[in-house]
Write a protein that binds this ligand. Structure first.
Ligand code: CAO
Length: 415
């Protein structure tokens, strides 16, 4: 079956996590992704957090599926020429070097335009133009600068970063959308363009509801669904809200049977207004259905702590999966706190291709997260990440170099 991005060639100059997430998605949609790495070393993540000596790390393999790898020393004059040939042949150059690195290599936007006016140049940077534009940035820096850390955690504790890699993988996802949009626009303009996704911007985009709350707070001085209401105090900035829901239906994480020994025996429980009566019946508090303190969503807001405590009495008598089964029969929204172990063993996620087992010639079998975006006419087949330089000869031949030329360039250390 054909793929959505068949025929699109990506010059993948990405490393670590943010850029590789983006190009992996493009590869899954069918683009030919040619990853350029430095000979001998390659993407630094190949050797980071290794669990098997001398095998590419899971960090690398899980972010670089379906790609080809070519080694080029882009600071070597002959290597630069090879890179120029690739620029002429590809549709998109994706990079997430530190600010200015591509220019220092001699590949300014103007030079790339000279070589290939249709080329789209897509970049992840830590910050957009402004005081921090020259800074190097990693995941948690972006979570802090994008508003996620100040709004995550409990109000009596310090800011907290999330395990979800919203700065790196989140920005890679934003960049992928920008690239596809630029490819679409190129169909009518015939021109390439620059695509920039700054990690601070990407995180802030995902924290949109907190900027909403900042403005609500400034107008009203209080947010009734926050745990600070009614007995705590609000300052002048959005406080950390613990496990409160970010939406209009109050929610909290509640203990389930076994919580004393199992750190994940919890469930997220949402007191959705339309099913309030059902909630009262399930937990055995029918008297709350018409009680003036509990009857309406507005009346319940000052009593949320007591309400969740009462619901928790009930959830603690059952496992999180029993709670899930019972609540779903009543259309009460809830979600078990699943550990990575439980997710890795989840049969239904394997059936949909969201969890995939991949075989690798050096490390053997491992699990990865497959494409979370499913296209009915462009199914994803996850193939293993390339070994360093595995496709150098193949790509060089496609660029028109013969075997002698390839051997000469290797002897010069250019590829
Ligand atoms: N041949 C020769 N040189 C190469 C090369 C190749 N194939 N590939 C890369 N290089 C060079 C670059 O030209 C650059 O050299 P100069 O500094 O002399 O110009 C150098 O390698 C490394 O680039 P870098 O500064 O990007 O790498 P770093 O490890 O010091 O920094 C990071 C890493 C992630 C902090 C930085 O790249 C960055 O801020 N990127 C943008 C934001 C981002 O994506 N962050 C998320 C990373 S995922 O957690």
């Amino acid at each position: 079956m054909s793929k959505a991005l068949d025929g699109v060639r990506i010059l993948d100059f990405t490393h670590v996590q943010s850029g590789p997430t983006c190009t992996q998605l493009l590869a899954w949609f069918g683009a030919d992704v040619i990853k350029v790495e430095r000979a001998g070393a390659g993407d630094i993540t190949r050797e980071q957090l290794r669990d098997i000596p001398d095998a590419d790390s899971l960090y690398f393999t899980m972010l670089n599926h379906n790609k080809r790898s070519i080694t080029i020393d882009t600071k070597n004059p002959e290597g630069k020429k090879v890179l120029e040939s690739l620029v002429k042949k590809c549709d998109v150059l994706v990079e997430n070097f530190a600010p200015g690195a591509l220019d220092r290599m001699g590949f300014t936007w103007e030079r790339i335009q000279e070589l290939n006016p249709k080329m789209i140049v897509a970049s992840v940077k830590g910050f957009g133009p402004g005081p921090y534009e020259d800074c190097k940035v990693y995941e948690n820096v972006a979570q802090c600068a994008g508003g996620a850390a100040s709004t995550t955690g409990f109000d009596d504790g310090p800011p907290v970063v999330s395990g979800a890699q919203i700065g790196d993988s989140g920005t890679g996802l934003h960049l992928a959308l920008g690239i596809v949009a630029a490819l679409f626009q190129r169909n009518t303009t015939g021109r390439g363009q620059k695509v920039l996704a700054a990690m601070q911007d990407g995180v802030l985009n995902l924290c949109r509801v907190k900027l909403r709350d900042q403005q609500r707070l400034e107008r009203t001085g209080v947010m009734k669904e926050y745990p600070q209401f009614p007995n705590g105090t609000f300052g002048d900035a959005v406080p950390r809200a613990g496990n409160a829901s970010g939406g209009g239906q109050p929610g909290w994480i509640l203990k389930c049977k076994g919580w004393e020994t199992d750190p994940n025996a919890y469930i997220y429980f949402i007191t959705q207004a339309p099913v309030w009566g059902e909630i009262c019946k399930v937990i055995g508090k029918e008297e709350w259905i018409d009680h003036p303190d509990y009857k309406t969503a507005a009346a319940r807001l000052p009593h949320l702590k007591d309400i969740f405590a009462e619901i928790e009495h009930w959830t603690m008598s059952k496992t999180k999966f029993q709670v899930m089964d019972i609540l779903n029969k009543h259309d009460i929204p809830c979600g078990p706190i699943l550990s990575m172990k439980e997710i890795a063993e989840d049969e239904s996620l394997r059936k949909t291709g969201t969890i995939v087992e991949v075989d690798h010639p050096v490390r053997g079998k491992y699990l990865t997260v497959g494409n979370p975006i499913k296209l009915s006419d462009s199914p994803t087949e996850v193939t293993r990440s390339p070994l360093l330089g595995e496709h150098t000869d193949e790509v060089m031949a496609e660029l028109g170099y013969n075997a002698d030329q390839i051997a000469t360039l290797k002897s010069l250390g250019a590829i």
